[in-house]
Design a protein around this ligand. Structure first.
Ligand SMILES: [Zn+2]
Length: 256
């Protein structure tokens, strides 16, 4: 989970329109929030991913759900309140279910809270920094089942493994380049393109980006490759910007 910046309320969602849609929901229980002018900015806000588990959405198998932070059952007046709407996957939406974030206990709202203040990464698991029963982090992880092995941990491991294979290859070439004394830039293009691919996997729009940025930025091979590229003047402004963006969403790997 990463911090998300909520865009302005869609202009179509006037006060009058909100009232009309709330009434329609109360009368018919229809999904009145399913309007392009609502779903599109929500989808873009989270880079096309679930705001909780960071699974990529938008395919037929994984359509985007509009999640109501204050659940629609208890707070029907907020079914189209802009600040109450979040883009999520079907599984997180159903895990959260009728949980009342006011009465049953708060969970992380990624448009308000910075998830990295509450969560850290241990091995392939997203853990709460405060492990006390009833802490916001722990409730979030448990309620949304953010370490479900089949649904989330295994896919994270698979992507990390793909990244590792690429990185090992680039790192080897970078070390070779660093050891050469003839001034020729062996495999320069391969290394530069390779590190760009790795950094892309750690950007906010990448799948499981909180996890991937943490895995990449704490990888010794990555850090050494970066040092070599800096020394060889191959570490561009573009890479530095990408590295810094990844740093912003990276989770701690111990409780701080
Ligand atoms: Zn999800």
């Amino acid at each position: 989970m990463i911090k998300l910046e909520r865009p302005d309320k869609p202009s179509e969602l006037t006060e009058e329109k909100e009232k009309e849609l709330v009434q329609e929901f109360k009368d018919t229980e229809r999904a009145v929030w399913r309007k392009d002018y609502i779903t599109e900015p929500l989808f873009n806000m989270s880079h096309g991913k679930c705001c909780y588990c960071e699974t990529v959405l938008g395919t037929q198998a994984r359509p985007m759900n509009v999640e109501h932070f204050h659940c629609k059952e208890a707070y029907p007046n907020e079914v189209v309140t802009w600040d109450n709407l979040l883009p999520s996957c079907g599984q997180c939406n159903s895990n959260k279910g009728k949980h009342d974030t006011i009465k049953d206990g708060l969970i992380i709202n990624p448009t308000i809270d910075n998830p990295k203040e509450y969560l850290y990464l241990k091995y392939f698991m997203i853990k709460s920094k405060d492990n006390q029963l009833g802490s916001i982090g722990r409730r979030t992880v448990e309620l949304l089942d953010l370490n479900n092995r089949e649904r989330l941990v295994n896919p994270r491991i698979l992507i990390a493994d793909t990244m590792r294979q690429k990185l090992e290859n680039i790192h080897e070439k970078a070390v070779d380049l660093a050891g050469r004394q003839d001034g020729k830039q062996y495999n320069r293009t391969k290394i530069v393109n390779g590190i760009r691919d790795i950094l892309r996997m750690a950007q906010p729009d990448a799948e499981y980006s909180a996890f991937m940025s943490t895995i990449i930025l704490t990888d010794e091979d990555y850090l050494e490759t970066r040092d070599i590229l800096i020394a060889k003047e191959l570490w561009t402004k573009e890479f530095e910007v990408m590295h810094n963006k990844a740093s912003e969403i990276k989770l701690d790997t111990e409780i701080k």
